[in-house]
Design a protein around this ligand. Sequence first.
Ligand SMILES: Nc1ncnc2c1ncn2[C@@H]1O[C@H](COP(=O)(O)OP(=O)(O)OP(=O)(O)O)[C@@H](O)[C@H]1O
Ligand SMILES: [Mg+2]
Length: 125
Amino acid sequence: MAASACPLRVILDEKEIRQLILNMARNGLGAMQPGGTLTIGARVIKNSPVLFIKDEGTGLDDNLLSQIGTPFFTTKENGAGLGLAVCYRIVARHKAKIEVDTSPQGTTFWIRFPNSREHYAFPVR
Ligand SMILES: Nc1ncnc2c1ncn2[C@@H]1O[C@H](COP(=O)(O)OP(=O)(O)OP(=O)(O)O)[C@@H](O)[C@H]1O
Ligand SMILES: [Mg+2]
């Protein structure tokens, strides 16, 4: 991508972000019927780098929404209920924020990273 098209720099832990995308993509795929589209993308929104994972699945009701990210919370027969708990920890370590847009037509998880003017305190290992 040309430098001008990507004006913001964000420092990420590659392994952790890979894990986050995998956990969210697996959830999205599991929530959809065959033929649904899973979209993974990145954008700059209000000066902040944002990663998003969008599915066309069944969505989350208010009760579910209030419980996701709680360790061991699952609605799946063989779920551990750890996928999103791990994602929330990874996001917190990156000083990022998760927002969820959901409806019976699908769900988008938005992960907003701090912009380059915000204090960046991700520990370098
Ligand atoms: N994209 C989504 N669409 C609909 N429901 C979702 C979505 N993502 C998560 N959920 C709901 O949130 C619950 C918790 O998700 P989480 O990833 O934490 O655990 P899990 O998928 O059940 O198990 P695992 O530990 O294998 O990931 C799921 O059981 C599911 O009910
Ligand atoms: Mg999961």
